[in-house]
Design a protein. Structure first.
Length: 249
């Protein structure tokens, strides 16, 4: 798809608040998210390669958990990943706890939003990283329409999985996204002790498919994050809640 067609479709979607119908195109296999239930929902379409995926939700909703799981899945296959962190919120122990090999992850902490955009452009255009995550959850003005158009155009050429993490308030990102995943409903998980006490095991969260160009939206999955040995954070070892229950957690 040329940039001009992508821009036109996104403009129409912004105007009428919906997805513009278009002729079905062959769906090339995407990347697995690394989360069992979510992968079951996405099927072979997966997290689309060469397109933009938006992960959004309020703070502590589980959206970073999904981004880490996706990076870990790609890195386990021998690929490189990148995380652009303009807020300085990236926490390496949590990423490592999610299964990310830190030797294969490029973390960029730009001094300003312009630097974040340049880093995203260079990483997507270069094509060396299978997955590039841009964390804009605290920077709603980081990517405007022309920035998104350029990044999507570059991703289409290199096959990069481009992921933008937001709070749900970035209309240009929402318009250009082929897949939008909404994280919400985070809740604590407790393990009962023999003496009647309880131990905080971790948290569960839900993710909804808010928009997809591969199939109708509205599907949802439930995720689990387990507390690590690192104080003050969640490990993002993402699994289905059902599997965790089977293992005795």
């Amino acid at each position: 798809m040329s940039t001009s067609v992508a821009e036109l479709r996104s403009a129409l979607e912004r105007r009428w608040q919906g997805v513009v119908p278009h002729a079905a195109a062959p769906v090339r296999p995407g990347r697995p998210s690394g989360i069992t239930d979510l992968d079951a929902l996405l099927g072979t379409a997966g997290v689309p390669k060469g397109q933009l995926t938006e992960l959004y939700g309020p703070r502590s909703s589980g959206k970073t958990m999904i981004a880490f799981a996706l990076l870990a899945s790609a890195i386990r296959e021998g690929a490189l990943g990148a995380y652009i962190d303009p807020q300085g919120a990236f926490f390496a122990p949590a990423a490592a706890g999610a299964g990310i090999d830190m030797h294969r992850l490029i973390v960029v902490r730009p001094r300003d939003l312009a630097g974040a955009r340049r880093a995203a452009d260079a990483l997507v255009r270069g094509g060396a990283c299978a997955v590039v995550v841009v964390d804009c959850s605290e920077s709603p003005g980081a990517l405007q329409t022309h920035h998104c158009a350029r990044l999507v155009s570059q991703a289409e050429k290199t096959g990069t999985v481009l992921v933008v993490v937001t709070s749900g308030d970035m209309q240009p990102v929402a318009s250009f996204a082929s897949l939008r995943l909404r994280a919400h409903g985070i809740a604590p998980l407790w393990q009962d002790g023999s003496d009647g006490s309880g131990r905080l095991l971790g948290c569960s969260a839900s993710v909804d498919i808010a928009k997809s160009r591969a199939f109708p939206p509205g599907r949802s999955a439930r995720l689990l994050a387990v507390l690590p040995d690192v104080a003050g954070t969640f490990s993002v070892v993402a699994r289905s809640v059902e599997r965790a229950s089977e293992s005795g957690l």
